[in-house]
Design a protein around this ligand. Structure first.
Ligand code: DGL
Length: 273
């Protein structure tokens, strides 16, 4: 089983890609909807929340946990990694590598939560790949609340306005590639693309699924359907846990994933962990 967590809906952008790449894996998703957003909080609080999230997922004996949250991946990985005996995979590395491959003019934009941008983690990783890259970063603190509150339609004027406000610097900088450094942002990718036409968008959630696949493959731990008793409906099971209202998460998740969430979403008291 693979554990995945985020502060809310954002990690579903990783789940979607994992289902496509690794359909035989069992997944347990935790969305900390009672404490979202993480990105405006202090490093200490982010570390505390992340450790609780992973402790909860550890109860399912995961072979790996995907930290499908840019904020935790960029600010708390070092602190939480050593607490657990299974691998933790973050979103920064995969997105930086994908952006480095995609850019033609070497001008790369990074958007994320305030904590992510403050950490400089994406820039550090990109500069490790090439010191020639010109990187423009921008925190977009309104994007997560917009997504969590359902303003994800391409014609939502409030989201369009927020995009205009936050993305003008990136347009002026001439970036040809933009890392959506927060896993919530691909849910408004269409509006971002309308604001920055011709810019290649990199989903940190989707790219992290590829890193997870690489890691499990290296460890020889990928699930497959080679079991002879396994018929075509042998796909992995998935269950979801949230720390607040089940109903609103189920609705948004079912819209985004195009899946029936009935009976699949449970509530957990994350403060116990
Ligand atoms: N999806 C989380 C991230 O990637 C959102 C953080 C937040 O809750 O502010 O950073």
């Amino acid at each position: 089983m693979i554990g995945i967590f985020d502060s809310g809906l954002g990690g579903l952008t990783a789940v979607k890609e994992i289902r496509r790449l690794l359909p035989y894996e069992d997944l347990v998703y935790f969305g900390d909807t009672g404490r979202v957003p993480y990105g405006t909080r202090s490093k200490e609080t982010i570390i505390k929340y992340a450790a609780q999230d992973v402790r909860f997922l550890a109860e399912f004996s995961p072979k790996a946990v995907l930290v499908a949250c840019g904020t935790v991946s960029s600010t708390a990985m070092e602190e939480i990694r050593d607490l657990f005996d299974f691998p933790l995979i973050g979103v920064v590395e995969g997105a930086a590598e994908a952006a480095a491959k995609q850019t033609v003019n070497g001008k790369i934009g990074v958007i994320g939560t305030s904590a992510t941008i403050k950490s400089g983690a994406y820039t550090k990783k990109l500069k490790e790949i090439s010191s020639q890259f010109v990187i423009t970063e921008r925190a977009c603190p309104l994007f997560v609340p917009l997504v969590e509150n359902g303003f994800v339609g391409v014609d939502d004027s409030i989201t369009r306005l927020a995009c205009e406000h936050y993305l003008a610097d990136l347009r002026a900088a001439g970036c040809d590639t933009l890392i959506l450094g927060c896993t919530h942002y691909p849910l408004i990718a269409k509006t971002i693309a309308k604001t920055l036409p011709d810019v290649k968008l990199i989903s940190s959630g989707a790219e992290s699924a590829r890193k997870l696949q690489e890691k499990l493959s290296t460890l020889g731990k990928l699930a497959d359907n080679s079991n002879s008793s396994c018929s075509s409906n042998c796909y992995g099971k998935i269950s979801y846990y949230v720390s607040d209202d089940i109903e609103s998460f189920s609705q948004s998740a079912s819209l985004y994933l195009g899946a029936d969430m009935d009976g699949k979403v449970h509530r957990v008291d994350i403060e116990k962990y």
